[in-house]
Design a protein around this ligand. Structure first.
Ligand SMILES: [Zn+2]
Length: 494
């Protein structure tokens, strides 16, 4: 059924060479699993990790004589998404049957929205300012899962009937990087809205990529291929990049692109043909007779709108304006809702003893490094908003130096604890006694006459050497500002 496509020789010309001649035209279809308590048309639980076929009932098993009932929570979640991307909501939409046979689909059809999706014409703006149109979003149910063992295959229908949103972009994306950014933004939005956990690796977000090439400067679209079910941000970029190379190679050799559906093999980094256009199924959609019209009047959408949280982009601009932090930092801090909340809670707790900019630096470097390496949850049990704020307050009040603060943080990350206690137990309080600093500084100057001569001869860099030596003697406990001041005075006085 599948065969590997031609090996790709364009890769020798480099990606930029390909892009100079060919313009990629990319559209994404993203399936996003909604985290409702129950399924789209029955009361079965949606919880992950249940025993196989535990979360099933006659409705999602597709037994005869049962009727689906639409889950209103799922519709409210769908409305949240539509509002977040500024889409037009259709007051009357409907469901259809998409018919095909597959073992994980016992009904023989999937209930989805076809000609009348609940929303259309939204958009998402990339950092470059480029607007990516979202043509439509529709609600549909997920299928089950086939599990292939050594001798037998099994079907688990726990997933059958779980609500999905299919989010369809216009072919407005022009590079693998843009596709990646678009997906990250989508994920960030669904997480902020709390309608999906947005985990690509666990299949909560799955992505089909439509890719074609056209000659630079021309308007007509080339023939497109579709890469099905790519399951990570990285693989979306890799799959699209591979497909661009593959198509460019064929076109450069005067060959035609065949309209095929592909699978991306993450191990080899290549796409494989799954089926050609001729074998693509005719789904014979028809209106679902067991479900009525879905009415979404303005009163309902306004009610949902009133409950919308601040979205990542709004939060980013507010962080820049309110806290004076750089655009790149604000972007990083607001991508995950929990991270943004952590930052803002720390800033409020510190109460202007430390600038928000320093808080941002500490969170984005020290805190995130440990958070990622140790796979902390939000908030971490070891380093809480309270203890992290206390640490930065000690730094801001010059009780400890930046170097000591990092040592304290390392201990907190390792085994938790209160920073004040850690500082006192280790005797790490910063020394601001000028006579003690001066005595050490004098000694260092006396011991290094050559360096003194070099510094006085104009070698400004040597100053750093003196600072380093004095701080070393104090094991990082001397107040660095006072050390600087004292050395300058002594050197210029000597
Ligand atoms: Zn069920």
């Amino acid at each position: 059924m599948s065969s590997t496509v031609n090996t790709v020789s364009s890769s020798t010309q480099g990606f930029d060479g390909v892009l100079a001649r060919w313009e990629p035209v990319i559209g994404l279809e993203v399936h996003c699993q909604l985290k409702t308590e129950s399924k789209l048309f029955c009361a079965c639980k949606t919880s992950f990790g249940a025993l196989a076929n535990q979360n099933t009932c006659p409705v999602c098993l597709g037994l005869p004589g049962v009727l689906p009932v639409l889950n209103h929570q799922a519709v409210d979640y769908a409305i949240r998404m539509a509002l977040a991307i500024g889409a037009e909501i259709r007051p009357k939409s409907s469901f259809s049957r998409k018919q095909y046979f597959y073992p994980d689909l016992p009904k023989g059809y999937q209930i989805t929205q076809y000609d009348l999706p609940y929303c259309e014409n939204g958009a998402l703006v990339l950092d470059s300012g480029k607007k990516i149109t979202i043509q439509r979003i529709h609600m549909e149910e997920d299928a089950g899962k086939n599990i292939h063992g050594d001798a037998s295959s099994y079907v688990d229908l726990n997933r059958a009937g779980i609500p999905l949103l299919e989010i369809v972009s216009a072919p407005d994306l022009s590079s693998p990087t843009e596709a990646h950014e678009y997906l990250r933004k989508l994920r960030s939005i669904v997480r902020y809205l709390e309608i999906s956990d947005g985990n690509m690796e666990e299949g909560s977000i799955r992505c089909d990529c439509n890719v074609s090439l056209r000659k630079r400067g021309t308007a007509a679209f080339g023939t497109r291929t579709e890469i099905k079910n790519v399951n990570s941000f990285k693989n979306v970029e890799r799959a699209i990049t591979y497909e661009i190379f593959r198509q460019a190679d064929l076109l450069d050799h005067g060959e035609k692109i065949k309209q095929v559906t592909l699978l991306f093999d993450a191990a080899s980094g290549k796409t494989q043909v799954m089926r050609s256009k001729e074998d693509s199924p005719d789904y014979r959609y028809f209106p679902e007779p067991d479900l009525g019209t879905v009415f979404i009047d303005s009163q309902r959408s306004e009610h949902v709108r009133s409950q919308l949280p601040e979205l990542p982009e709004q939060k980013r601009f507010r962080f820049q304006a309110d806290y004076g932090i750089a655009a790149a930092d604000a972007y990083q801090l607001t991508e995950e809702k929990e991270l943004a909340l952590f930052f803002e809670s720390v800033v409020q707790k510190i109460d202007s003893k430390v600038s928000p900019k320093i808080v941002a630096n500490w969170i984005l470097s020290e805190y995130l490094r440990e958070h990622n390496a140790r796979q902390w949850s939000w908030p971490s049990d070891l380093v809480s908003v309270e203890t992290f704020s206390s640490l930065l307050r000690l730094l801001g009040e010059e009780v400890i130096s930046g170097k000591i603060a990092k040592m304290v943080f390392d201990q907190m990350a390792e085994k938790g604890g209160n920073p004040e206690t850690i500082v006192h137990e280790n005797g790490w309080v910063q020394i601001s006694d000028t006579s003690e600093i001066e005595a050490v500084a004098r000694k260092i100057i006396e011991e290094n006459p050559d360096q003194v001569a070099a510094y006085l001869g104009g070698k400004q860099k040597v100053f750093g050497f003196f600072v380093g030596q004095v701080l070393k003697v104090s094991q990082g406990r001397f107040n660095p500002n006072l050390v600087n001041e004292c050395l300058r005075k002594l050197l210029h006085g000597s």
